[in-house]
Design a protein around this ligand. Structure first.
Ligand code: BGC
Length: 721
């Protein structure tokens, strides 16, 4: 419950005048049909505004429309309570940055924060007050279409991403109000849906919840995230929208979260489909009890809450508590003082800088995985650019592209033509995304024959990934593979650029036949120039995969944090963990990625090899750029607890850092460690820190061959002052 002290006199005064319908109105968020992210609702939101029966709108954008809706609320509704407006500003608003799964590969907290801050500036000037982001559902199943929205397979990376995003979105404007409230979603374990089917059940253990799915949300709460959205799914049989233990218990009481809980789209009514509510009143009561303040798009709060109140299933105090929270949020956003805050603020002067940041974000997100015979940077005088993704202004924006316009994208064709002004760049589409085009392959092959090198851009369109876009065959469509096969057969060196929003299963020949291989992602408005910068050498690639790429769909989920087994994988022993028909390791591992520079590492050193349970120490390693070009190296710090009371993951990511080094330069990288970083949840799920050895690994990826190890011993000792 919000204490009276936290509710301002203004909010109390407004509430004192409200009818029940107006109170419930504050708890109802409706969508305009302009942007569709779910089934349309039965009401015209504009009529509801006049009646005070809606408190916030989503998916409405356009300054005039927002201004008009707000005017109706403050001038024409009985109490004149301002609305707030929400939108999925997930990876940029007008300037679109790489899809989150791509930007996460930059492993750069500052960049993640800056792109969020720029998104907030753009959304704010369009009158948006809340973004339904960051999405921080750890995802390990490539069949799940929503994997694109998160920061990959690891809880620590998602937690760091959450912190940076919340800081960036919620940064204050000149008047000291936060520009854009963040809504961390989807609480929790949505990434664990059965077999990757969207919206399906998530049957995860308590341990996995606490070790994998909850830490990113804890991080968001620690950064004072303004709102949280429960997931559509049920977790071990309890629908998240009605999960009292996790929302009211863990989130509100244990973690002290006092922001808004906003349901997902229609999720409160959908409690009936989950089979836990018989009617709208029961659904509304379950959600309110669990802690939901705002019902997005469903009829449950508007229609069901009055009935639930009559039945005694909810109390007026519970409704008031949620209303007070919503009004306090509006007050905190400055909307009572200026309901039109932000709308139309002139941000044109910063546009060039924001586009430059999009380009920078894209350059830092594109992952180079192979560069045989130093094929890149490209020195070719004539380049055959081939493939449907090379000229895909809408698709390069990826899913959830907010107000991003394809017309403002710079495509790969345009980017390469500008970036390789001294070379001849021909372009052949070759095929459509999923179908051949007449003569397309022949044109492409002709182009390849006439050129010194081929840049082949294939992958998926933007609708192939995202919400309600799960797939049993996350693969490159056959028409594009046919194109690739024919282009390879032309015999010219090929730079393969995969423009995708999730890991795909790739045929061996496609990977093996490419001289250079890049994961371009759907890298946003500035994808073309960013890719050209990398191919020309104007930018030295520095991104690393934040998610493993399986060799086959059947291998999924595959991730570095698996637990050890009693029969560890041994390629020479048929009775060990693995598959008969697929390799054990993924095709590409977490952390993989190269650049044009080469680095060596010295041996790992610990300031103290033994520390007591309350102490800290530092791990140090020298890194040298042994090449002739400046470059950026990424180092990951993993830990393994080899003997614990319960089985611990083979590797746990504890930190990551990037260092920029001039040719020949050496620098010392240090990671500071607390003994308590190595505590874990025991068999009763209580935190426990053992005496004994922790293996620390530092390296360029999660592959064993990339890692060096040193042992730290934790021993009993007196608490240090
Ligand atoms: C999605 C949410 C999104 C909401 C509003 C839902 O379908 O699950 O992630 O924020 O729609 O667009």
């Amino acid at each position: 419950m919000m204490s009276r002290a936290e509710v301002s006199a203004r909010v109390r005064a407004v509430m004192a005048r409200m009818t029940l319908a107006e109170k419930i109105g504050q708890l109802s968020m409706l969508a305009d049909g302009l942007v569709e992210t779910g089934p349309p609702g039965p009401h015209n939101p504009f009529t509801m505004i006049l009646e005070g029966r809606v408190g916030s709108l989503l998916n409405v954008w356009g300054r005039d429309l927002i201004r008009e809706a707000q005017r109706k609320a403050v001038e024409e509704s009985r109490l004149g309570v301002p609305l707030f407006f929400g939108l999925d500003v997930v990876h940029g608003h007008r300037s679109i940055h790489p899809v989150p799964l791509g930007e996460a590969c930059a492993f750069d907290r500052e960049l993640w924060e800056q792109t969020a801050r720029d998104s907030a500036i753009e959304a704010f000037s369009d009158g948006i007050h809340m973004t339904f982001a960051p999405m921080i559902d750890v995802a390990r199943d490539i069949r799940w279409g929503r994997i694109v929205e998160c920061a990959g397979e690891d809880p620590y990376v998602n937690a760091e991403f959450a912190r940076a995003r919340v800081r960036g979105y919620q940064a204050a404007d000149a008047e000291g109000f936060m520009r854009l409230a963040a809504c961390a979603k989807h609480f929790c374990a949505y990434g664990a849906v059965l077999a990757g089917r969207d919206y399906a059940e998530a049957d995860v253990s308590e341990r996995t919840l606490h070790e994998v799915y909850l830490p990113p949300f804890k991080a968001a709460v620690e950064e004072s995230v303004a709102a949280i959205m429960p997931a559509f799914v049920d977790v071990a049989g309890v629908a998240m929208t009605a999960h009292e233990k996790l929302m009211r218990g863990l989130l509100r009481t244990q973690w002290g979260f006092d922001g808004l809980i906003v349901s997902d789209y229609n999720a409160v009514s959908e409690l009936m489909n989950h089979g836990v509510a018989a009617d709208l009143a029961e659904a509304a009561a379950l959600a309110l009890h669990a802690g939901v303040d705002i019902d997005m798009m469903s009829e449950a709060f508007p229609q069901g809450l009055p009935v639930a109140l009559e039945r005694g299933a909810v109390s007026l105090e519970q409704i008031d508590d949620a209303v007070a929270r919503v009004l306090a949020f509006k007050e905190r956003m400055g909307l009572f003082d200026d309901p039109y805050r932000g709308i139309g603020v002139d941000i044109s002067a910063g546009r060039a800088a924001r586009r430059a940041l999009s380009r920078e974000a894209a350059r830092r997100s594109i992952v180079l995985l192979r560069n045989e015979d130093a094929m890149l940077p490209l020195r070719a005088k004539s380049i055959a650019l081939i493939g449907p993704l090379a000229d895909a202004p809408e698709d390069q924006l990826g899913a959830w592209a907010s107000a991003g316009a394809g017309a403002e994208s710079i495509t790969i064709v345009e980017g390469l033509r500008r970036g390789f002004a001294g070379a001849h760049v021909s372009f052949a589409r070759g095929c459509a995304f999923t179908a051949p085009i007449d003569g397309g392959v022949d044109d492409a092959v002709m182009g390849a024959r006439d050129a010194d090198a081929v840049v082949l851009c294939i992958g998926e369109d933007r609708l192939s990934t995202g919400e309600a876009a799960s797939r049993t065959k996350p693969e490159i469509p056959a028409a594009q593979l046919d194109l690739a096969r024919a282009v390879y057969a032309a015999g010219k060196p090929v730079v393969l650029v995969l423009c995708v929003s999730r890991p795909l299963v790739l045929p061996d020949w496609l990977v093996d036949g490419a001289r250079a291989l890049l994961i371009g992602w759907h890298a946003g408005s500035e994808m073309g120039p960013a890719l050209a910068d990398i191919l020309s050498g104007a930018f030295n690639p520095s991104a690393r995969l934040c998610v493993s790429w399986p060799t086959t769909t059947g291998q999924t989920p595959v991730f570095f944090g698996m637990r050890p087994t009693g029969r560890p994988h041994d390629p020479n022993n048929g009775w060990s963990t693995g598959f008969l028909d697929a390799p054990y390791a993924p095709r590409f591992s977490f952390g993989e990625g190269i650049g044009y520079a080469h680095f060596t590492r010295g041996s790992l050193r610990l300031d103290e090899a033994t520390i007591n349970r309350h102490a800290v120490t530092t791990l140090r390693v020298d890194v040298t750029n042994v090449s002739e070009v400046p470059g950026v190296e990424t180092l990951f710090l993993f830990a393994r607890d080899p003997v614990a009371q319960v089985t611990r993951p083979l590797l746990e990511l504890k930190d990551f850092t990037k260092v920029a080094l001039a040719p020949g330069e050496t620098t010392q990288v240090s990671f500071s460690l607390r003994a308590s970083d190595f505590s874990y949840l025991d068999s009763e799920l209580q935190p426990r820190l053992d005496n004994g050895v922790i293996r620390l690994f530092v390296g360029a990826s999660a592959r064993a061959s990339d890692l060096d190890c040193i042992e730290l011993t934790i021993a009993d000792g007196p608490r240090e002052a």
